[in-house]
Design a protein around this ligand. Structure first.
Ligand SMILES: [Zn+2]
Length: 112
């Protein structure tokens, strides 16, 4: 009876597809946007809000692509109102421009 030690398998990391560049990434790398029950589209920083969701990289390039192509509307099956568009555009411009080299400074991570 060899008991053997338990191996620590890496936890399964949930992945989602970015609607901007269409690549999959770990959920935490992406920002969730949600269509609220009221029909608004909002950025969901917690990732826990109710409603239909879609995911985009924290990357201006992905955001502008998704917004220009109407990928947000398609993914959420809704039509963006003017204020929704403004809201999303504001979020986009709050992101740092894509450099391709992220995760350089965030070594410590965010342990709560
Ligand atoms: Zn992307």
């Amino acid at each position: 009876m060899s008991s053997g030690r338990r191996r620590f398998r890496p936890r399964h990391v949930p992945e989602r597809t970015c609607i901007g560049c269409r690549r999959t990434a770990a959920k935490k790398e992406l920002v969730r946007i949600v269509r609220t029950p009221e029909g608004h589209v909002e950025v969901d920083e917690t990732g826990k809000r109710n409603g239909r969701g879609a995911y985009i990289h924290r990357d201006q390039a992905c955001w502008s692509r998704a917004l220009q192509r109407g990928a947000v509307e398609r993914a959420l099956k809704t039509t963006l109102t003017e204020s929704d568009s403004r809201h999303l555009a504001a979020y986009e411009s709050s992101l740092s421009p894509a450099a391709g080299a992220e995760s350089v400074g965030a070594a410590a991570g965010s342990s709560a």
